[in-house]
Design a protein around this ligand. Structure first.
Ligand SMILES: [Zn+2]
Ligand SMILES: [Zn+2]
Length: 260
């Protein structure tokens, strides 16, 4: 059984599923995906994220504003904490730093990141971090998060090993997406080789970043097994053990404080 620890269900093209989200989730289930974390990018998505989490038992959600999003009103700590109070909202994010798509407004971006860190601390929920071409500044904020007792996940990891190392030392998990199956992803493969199996999560980031052999098609949670298979190959272990360990890691991170 697989868990897609990061996707954007509400941004998916549902045409292949007769415009029916329940069919998309059934397709995922048919491929062994038992749970998905539907990640927020803008606050105007919150109502949809909450509605999907309420409608489908296997869907959970997060609250946050992506570092690259251009918005009218910056989120405040109170705003994020209030929106995250729903029982099926299990994380704050995605937040972080993206210097690949942005070369201006970096101080504001860092400020937005720190607001999410503080919100995560106040509501005691893990942080979903996006870092692209921002190794050094991400290290700084991750270390601050650690000092505040905030852990989380570095999602869709494509950064350097030394950022992964700082994140691991700070109690963070490292999540790999379909990028790990791409031909030019040797850096990501090398990082995955070094991350201990009990700190790895898997994700699709659907509808983006479709794994090989489906590159070019829209991504969906059902494809998370291709990332898992690549990790099994890198680690020299079975697909089943990757499925089991990554699902356990997901529970340890997002449900550690929840009594079941
Ligand atoms: Zn991201
Ligand atoms: Zn994402």
């Amino acid at each position: 059984m697989f868990i897609d620890s990061h996707c954007h269900l509400h941004r998916m093209d549902l045409t292949p599923y007769q415009n029916d989200m329940s069919k998309a989730l059934l397709a995922a289930k048919a491929h062994g995906v038992t749970e998905v974390l539907n990640v927020c990018v803008r606050l105007d998505e919150v109502a949809t994220i909450v509605a999907l989490a309420e409608q489908f038992p296997e869907v959970y959600g997060s609250i946050g504003v992506h570092p690259s999003e251009v918005i009218d009103i910056e989120p405040t700590v109170d705003m994020l904490v209030t929106l995250a109070s729903h029982e099926k909202i299990i994380a704050i994010g995605e937040t972080g730093l993206d210097y690949h798509y942005n070369s201006e407004g970096l101080a504001e971006m860092q400020q937005r990141f720190r607001i999410h860190v503080e919100a995560a601390r106040q509501c005691a929920k893990p942080l979903i971090v996006h870092s692209r071409a921002a190794n050094e500044d991400s290290k700084t904020v991750i270390r601050e998060a650690y000092q505040l007792g905030v852990a989380g996940v570095m999602h869709c990891f494509t950064e350097t090993w030394d950022l992964a190392k700082v994140a691991l030392e700070s109690g963070f998990y490292i999540s790999f997406s379909g990028i790990i199956t791409f031909k030019n992803a040797s850096n990501v493969v090398e990082v995955a080789r070094q991350v201990p199996m009990d700190r790895i999560l898997i994700e699709t980031d659907a509808p983006y970043l479709t794994p090989v052999p489906f590159r070019g098609k829209p991504n969906a949670p059902e494809y998370v097994r291709y990332t898992a298979a690549k990790i099994a190959e890198i680690k020299g272990i079975t697909l089943e053990s990757v499925a089991e360990q990554t699902s356990q890691n997901y529970r340890d991170l997002f449900f550690a404080n929840v009594s079941t």
